[in-house]
Design a protein. Structure first.
Length: 404
C-alpha cells in the first residue's frame, strides 16, 4: 500500500472532526485553559464605590485653597475609614477623614492626600495641609475599571489566570465553558507489564501508556487510562466498541505493523470501522493507522516509544486542538541552527529529538532509535530532516517542532 504524506494524513483526520460544542458550567478555579462558552458582562460597577488608592486623608479640595508651607490650612480629622468600612458621617468645612488604601471615600470628599505629605497631630486630631489640592486628586471613581453591563470577556476566549482574577473581582464564581475532549489511551501487546509488577522473561514495562497519559495531563486533557490488552482482536474490538461511546478520541499504541500479532487491522474490520489510512511517509512512525467509528476517531500509533510520540505530536496534537476549539495548545514550528550533528542519511522524511534554546537546536545525544526512550529526557523539540539529506552538520538550518 502506498504511503501518504504527513500533510494529507493530517488533512484527512481534521476533515473528520468538528470542535466539541458541549457546554458545561465550571467553578472559576477549574476553568483555567478552557474556552469560554458565553459572553461575560459586568454585573456591577467596579470598583463599586469611590475608593482611596493610598493611605492618607480625604477632604474637600475647596477647603485647601490658599494652603502653602508658610500658611498651612488646618483641618479637624473627625473619623477614620478602613477598607471594608462604610462611613455615613457628613463632612463640614475644614473637616477631613483619615483613610486607608481601598476604603470607600465618604460623601463630600473629592480628593486624597498622602499621609507622608501632611503634618498630623494624633492627640488633637489637627491636620495641617501645606498645598492646594486638586479636585479628584488621588481619587478612584466608582466604575473606573468596569461599569454595569460592560462586556468583560467575549465568548471563545481561552481562560487564563488573569480572566479568573477579573471574574472574582466581579463576584462571578461559575462560568460556562466548552468541554475539553476526553481521550482514551489503550496499549496493545501480550508482552506489556505495568510498572510496579515483577518483570517476567520476555516482557517489557508499559512506557507508552504512561507517556501519553501524562502528556495529555500536561496539556490539560482528561485522559482515560485503560489496562493493556493482549493480542486478541476479538477481545480488543469488543472492548473498544463498549468504551468508544464514553470518550471523544481513542489513541492506541502497538499492533499496527505487519507482524503476525499486529492485530489492529483485524480489530478495525471487526468493529466495522472506516479505515481512513495506514502508513505515512515519515520515519519513525510510518505504520500509523487511522480509523473512524460512529463519528469518533481511532488513532493507532506505533508501539515504539519515540515513534508513538512523533505520531502523537504530529497528528494527535492538531486533532486535540481542533476538538477543543484551540484551547489545547498545538505544536509550534520554528527555524533553528544545528549545534552538534546527526550523521545518518535520511532516505525519507525523518524526525529526531533535540533540545531547542534561543534559536539553536542541540543534537548532542546519539540515541535516536525509535525504540529508545531514555534520551527523551531533557528534550523539548522534534527536528525535521528532509528526504535525501545525507546528514546534519553544525550550522545547518532546520525546521524544529516545539513540543512543550
Amino acid at each position: 500500500m502506498e504511503q501518504i504524506s504527513l500533510e494529507y494524513a493530517l488533512e484527512t483526520l481534521l476533515k473528520q472532526i468538528q470542535p466539541l460544542n458541549t457546554v458545561e458550567e465550571k467553578y472559576i478555579l477549574d476553568s483555567l485553559g478552557f474556552v469560554l462558552a458565553e459572553d461575560i458582562f459586568s454585573p456591577l460597577n467596579n470598583p463599586p464605590f469611590n475608593r482611596s488608592p493610598l493611605d492618607g486623608f480625604t477632604l474637600n479640595s475647596n477647603d485647601s485653597i490658599g494652603a502653602t508651607k508658610e500658611n498651612p490650612v488646618t483641618f479637624n480629622v473627625i473619623s477614620e475609614v478602613f477598607a471594608g468600612d462604610f462611613c455615613n458621617k457628613k463632612l463640614s468645612s475644614k473637616e477631613a477623614f483619615r483613610i486607608m488604601t481601598g476604603a470607600p471615600i465618604p460623601d463630600g470628599c473629592n480628593c486624597v492626600i498622602k499621609q507622608e505629605d501632611v503634618v498630623f497631630n494624633e492627640e488633637t486630631k489637627a491636620l495641617y495641609i501645606t498645598k492646594e489640592l486638586k479636585p479628584f486628586e488621588n481619587f478612584c471613581f466608582l466604575g473606573e475599571d468596569l461599569k454595569v453591563n460592560d462586556l468583560v470577556v467575549k465568548k471563545g476566549e481561552i481562560i487564563t489566570y488573569n480572566h479568573i482574577g477579573v471574574f472574582a473581582s466581579l463576584g462571578i464564581n461559575t462560568i460556562k465553558v466548552f468541554k475539553k475532549p476526553k481521550v482514551g489511551v489503550l496499549s496493545l501487546g501480550s508482552e506489556l507489564t505495568m510498572p510496579g509488577k515483577t518483570l517476567e522473561k520476555g516482557k517489557i514495562y508499559n512506557s507508552n501508556l504512561f507517556t501519553l497519559i501524562s502528556k495529555l495531563k500536561y496539556l490539560g486533557v482528561e485522559g482515560v487510562m485503560y489496562p493493556p490488552m493482549s493480542d486478541d482482536s476479538t477481545l480488543v474490538s469488543n472492548f473498544i466498541s463498549k468504551e468508544l461511546k464514553n470518550i471523544d478520541l481513542l489513541i492506541t499504541t502497538g499492533g499496527v505493523s505487519v507482524g503476525k500479532k499486529d492485530i489492529m487491522h483485524d480489530v478495525i474490520k471487526e468493529l466495522n470501522a472506516n479505515r481512513l489510512f495506514w502508513k505515512i511517509n515519515i520515519q519513525p512512525g510510518t505504520p500509523v493507522l487511522a480509523s473512524e467509528k460512529d463519528g469518533k476517531l481511532i488513532l493507532s500509533l506505533s508501539g515504539n516509544p519515540f515513534a508513538s510520540l512523533v505520531n502523537f505530536e504530529l497528528l494527535g496534537r492538531p486533532i486535540l486542538s481542533k476538538l477543543s476549539s484551540n484551547s489545547i495548545k498545538n505544536t509550534s514550528i520554528v527555524e533553528a541552527e544545528v549545534k552538534g550533528g546527526f550523521n545518518k542519511k535520511s532516505s525519507k522524511r525523518r524526525f529526531i529529538r533535540g533540545y531547542f534554546k534561543e534559536g539553536y537546536i542541540y543534537l548532542n545525544d546519539q540515541k535516536h532509535s525509535s525504540g529508545t526512550i531514555s534520551s527523551l529526557i531533557g528534550k523539548n523539540a522534534i527536528v525535521e530532516i528532509l528526504p535525501g539529506t545525507p546528514c546534519l552538520n553544525e550550522g545547518d538550518k532546520v525546521t524544529v517542532i516545539l513540543i512543550d
